[in-house]
Design a protein around this ligand. Structure first.
Ligand code: NAD
Length: 226
């Protein structure tokens, strides 16, 4: 089977009602990103950080996968599919994708604030001050904050550099290092980018832009792939 990598950003979940980072009415708007999504914020005011992520968690819980997530999952019938997502929601998993790499973590997990290897499934339960890991240290969201390393980045590069087909959906390609992934796909691989807005992409061979929302774009792409 041909190897197909799907790389997604916040845009694929927009039609599920989860706002993108840059939407003007997004949840991010209520907060200054540096106050809630950095290690410095965690040191300064963990309550605010937990409040922010507990709200995000509640929002994700109330959302459902949309047709784009579903069509990505169905690609597994015909391709060896790996999903790499920048999203912290679990909508790919709930749509049925079986191989999902989260670059920036996921809201349904918590981790120890001192040992990054101690990770716990907490589902949609809130994380509160006083919730501790087995070593007795405060739990934090299992999220990669701005300024932190992205531990799954090497695996993502490996997957993309071995792809026959790369599909990119709903990412402004602004958040690094993830945004650089497109450059690692083999020159001969087919690349598709679905986004309703103009995305600035580095010079890339074999790239087809589908300027549509994720659900419409994925329906068009499935026809192209068939
Ligand atoms: P971004 O907000 O920078 O870009 C979103 C992209 O989605 C834009 O290019 C926009 O044009 C596009 N878009 C908007 N509506 C769309 C639709 N209906 N269909 C397809 N595309 C659409 O998001 P990013 O590039 O993913 O980076 C932001 C960071 O914020 C990520 O690292 C991610 O971790 C985090 N984030 C996650 C979620 C989530 O988990 N759902 C939501 C917001 C932000």
């Amino acid at each position: 089977m041909r190897k197909l990598v799907v790389f997604t950003g916040a845009g694929i979940s927009a039609e599920s009602g989860i706002k993108t980072f840059r939407d003007s009415d997004g949840l991010w708007e209520e907060y200054n990103i540096m106050d809630v999504a950095t290690p410095e914020a965690w040191t300064k005011s963990p309550e605010l950080v937990l409040e922010f992520y507990n709200k995000r968690k509640a929002q994700v819980k109330g959302a459902m996968p949309n047709l784009a997530h579903n069509l990505v999952a169905e690609l597994e019938d015909n391709f060896e599919v790996r999903v790499i997502t920048q999203n912290i929601d679990d909508l790919h998993e709930r749509a049925g994708s079986t191989d999902v790499l989260h670059l920036h973590g996921i809201v349904t997990q918590a981790r120890s604030s001192v040992d990054e290897n101690l990770i716990y499934d907490v589902g949609f339960n809130a994380i509160n001050l006083g919730d501790k890991c087995e070593l007795g240290f405060q739990l934090r969201p299992h999220i990669v904050w701005f300024g932190e390393d992205v531990p799954n980045m090497n695996r993502a590069y490996e997957l993309v550099s071995d792809a026959d087909i790369l599909i990119i959906i709903g990412t402004s390609l602004n958040v690094h290092p993830a945004a650089g992934l497109i450059n690692d796909a083999p020159t001969k691989s087919k690349k598709y980018l679905i986004d309703p807005n103009e995305i600035r992409v580095p010079d890339t061979d074999n790239l087809i832009m589908i300027k549509e929302k994720a659900t419409t774009g994925m329906q068009q792409l499935v026809k192209l792939l068939n």
